[in-house]
Design a protein around this ligand. Structure first.
Ligand code: PLP
Length: 628
């Protein structure tokens, strides 16, 4: 448990059981409920679903929706705050229909709504957010169609708020709503001075891509008033970036927005909502710090800072407490899904070795290296041995380029080098003091485990922005780890790797691994992938979407679960079609080519049929390695 820091980043949803397997506790309200990942893997195999697989725990989604709403409601009550909480889920974070439906369903008792940031998202949100008491918030850049769709929502009796990102959108909104004679609900996004920190800090400040300056905010309000529509301005919105690591940025932004809200109110614009956007972070590395992959606050603290921050300013300014809207996406979805991949090979740094026996007249570099290995004993200075071996290996590479030593001598020197390093590692492990070189040694000697997945499809942020995602072997954790490794995927791209891992309260370039036996498959879980990873993954090397399994727990049996839905991943012919190939005619062409060889007597007819069928089977199969 400590090695992988599961309880630090797991949000209470994951733990390592006494049997050494990772368990999921899908409902925090019922801690006796736990599902063993090994049972999930068994069931997936029995269903003949190929790995890698995305697992969605719908109970976790529901639980997160409930936690956020209950937190706001209880702090609002405790603070005697006069407004209510009306949250929305920004579907950009994970647009999967099943995810959106689950959130809408779990959020129904709280009138929890949806947010859209583009036309396709708006079309989805209009169809799925049918609760007339829930908000539909529309951010992002808009065209006339976008605005007409928003007004269609108003016609259907929905609380659709068009958030103005730039001034010209307001002119368009006023014109079209007058033309259609439909009253809009207008929101404005303000560019904030309060700076977010972390990877998305560019979302605030003068150079922010979205929002109005304070001058534009006033101009917009006055324009609406002049058009007889001042009363339609109902919401003030800000968003200073996702994954805010430091609570102070949130406090600052809430304070600034409350001031703007209060001033507008005193100018006669009776806004009803303040929308604090997203930004509620996830503690990916479990360090509870201001690291980019962490956060130094809890959900409860975030909620309290929003509620009390607004209350304090409104009371000072003597204006009513607004209803509070938040647009948390990451915090709702990150925990609910994970990717299970299998280890399909090990790439050892030393590769194979050759015999290093002495030959008359060999080069001194080779003799020195051999002497170093032979001379290893309990009294040897290990650091010096490591330094010498490393230096001589580099010198040997130079000597080879300069034609001073031959290929065989180079291979022997390298074989000896790896033997020395292994010996130094074993001897260092017995010492109580671990000097710095042992970290370099560990990482140099660690294997790369080849895993059946694509980083670009399943963990794209780990490649694109160095986002940490916890990785844990799913079984065999009842005994201490036996070796360290990093992970590489099956794409033909050297960037397709994971070499930053969450270990206890820190990060490490290697992942400790339990013993992997030859005849048992080793499965790894890539956790906290439910936010953004699912939808931003790409098709590098034509590896498509993964097979998906949706899991629910059984109310009557705390350790049981059922697969509610299986969604097949992309097939080869589907990815090829996206790239403008015509798989059906390719199959016909292949058949023709094979038939020609049959006619020429190069392939026997029976064999020809088999090859044709095989090609077609591969076309309709999964894009990942078939390991069964
Ligand atoms: N609202 C807006 C306007 C956003 O741009 C984003 C994402 O950056 C979000 C909400 C969701 O933020 P988060 O996932 O941090 O909750």
């Amino acid at each position: 448990e400590k090695v992988y820091g599961v309880s630090n980043w797991g949000g209470g949803y994951f733990k390592i059981g006494a049997n050494g397997n990772v368990h999921v506790i899908p409902d925090q309200q019922q801690s006796s409920m736990k599902i063993d990942f090994s049972s999930v893997i068994k069931e997936i195999r029995e269903e003949n679903i190929q790995f890698p697989v995305v697992i969605r725990f719908h109970d976790i989604l529901r639980s997160q929706v409930m936690n956020l709403n209950e937190s706001f409601n209880s702090v609002i009550e405790e603070a005697n705050y006069k407004g209510t909480y009306k949250g929305v889920y920004p579907i950009k974070v994970n647009q999967m229909r099943e995810v959106v439906e689950e959130i809408v369903d779990a959020g129904a008792p709280y009138d929890f709504g949806l947010e859209a940031g583009s036309k396709p998202e708006l079309l989805a949100v209009l169809a799925y957010n049918t609760n007339e008491n829930a908000l539909t918030i529309l951010n992002g850049y808009k065209d006339e169609e976008f605005i007409r769709l928003a007004l269609l929502g108003r016609k259907l009796g929905r609380k659709v708020v068009v958030v103005i990102e730039k001034y010209s959108e307001l002119l368009m909104l006023v014109k079209i709503s007058k033309e259609l004679n439909i009253e809009p609900i207008v929101g404005i996004r303000s560019k904030m001075r309060a700076k977010g920190q972390g990877r998305w800090q560019g979302s605030s400040g003068d150079k922010a891509k979205f929002g109005l300056t304070v001058a534009e905010v006033i101009k917009s309000a006055r324009y609406l008033e002049a058009q007889g529509m001042g009363h339609t301005l109902k919401l003030l919105h800000f968003h200073i970036g996702s994954q805010l690591p430091d609570i102070r940025a949130i406090k600052d932004a809430v304070n600034e927005s409350a001031r703007i809200y209060a001033e507008l109110h005193k100018m006669g614009f009776k806004l009803e909502y303040v929308d604090v956007g997203g930004g509620l972070g996830i503690d990916y590395d479990g360090s509870q710090s201001t690291n980019d992959s962490s956060r130094n606050y809890s959900v409860r603290e975030y909620v309290a800072d929003v509620v009390y921050g607004l209350r304090e300013m409104c009371d000072l300014e003597n204006v009513p407490h607004p209803h509070i809207v938040s647009e948390s996406g990451r915090a709702l979805t990150a925990h609910h899904s994970c990717v299970i991949t299998e280890v399909v090979g090990e790439i050892k740094p030393e590769g194979a070795s050759i015999s290093t026996e002495l030959i008359e007249g060999e080069h001194i570099l080779l003799s020195n290296m051999r002497a170093l290995l032979v001379g290893m004993d309990d009294n040897i200075n290990l650091q010096e041995t490591f330094n010498d071996a490393s230096q001589w290996k580099e010198q040997a590479a130079e000597a080879f380029k300069l034609r001073v030593i031959g290929l065989e001598e180079l291979a022997k020197i390298e074989t000896l080098y790896w033997q020395i390093l292994r010996d130094v590692q074993t001897r260092s492990a017995e010492k109580t003091f671990t000097p710095e070189y042992t970290n370099v040694l560990d990482s140099t000697l660690s294997s790369q485990y080849l895993c059946n997945f694509s980083v670009f499809q399943s963990a794209v942020d780990s490649w694109a922005i160095g986002q940490l995602l916890p990785v844990v072997p799913l079984t065999g954790l009842d005994t201490p780890p036996v070796k360290n490794c990093s992970l590489v995927d099956i794409t033909c791209d050297s960037d397709g790797k994971i070499d930053q891992f969450v270990i206890d309260h820190a990060t490490s370039s290697v992942l400790p691994m339990p013993a992997v036996s030859e005849d048992e498959k080793c499965y790894l879980g890539l956790f906290l992938t439910g936010a953004y990873q699912d939808v931003m993954g790409d098709m590098h090397n034509l590896f498509g979407r993964l097979n998906e399994v949706h899991i629910f727990s059984h109310d009557d049996d705390p350790e049981d679960f059922y697969i509610e839905e299986i969604i097949k991943g992309t097939t080869v012919e589907e990815v090829l079609s996206i790239m403008q190939y015509h798989p059906r005619s390719m199959a016909l062409d292949m058949k023709r080519l094979i038939d020609k060889q049959v006619a020429n007597g190069k392939i026997r007819p029976r064999e020809g049929v088999k090859w044709t069928d095989f090609y077609e089977d591969c076309l309709s199969g999964y894009t990942y390695l078939n390991t069964d």
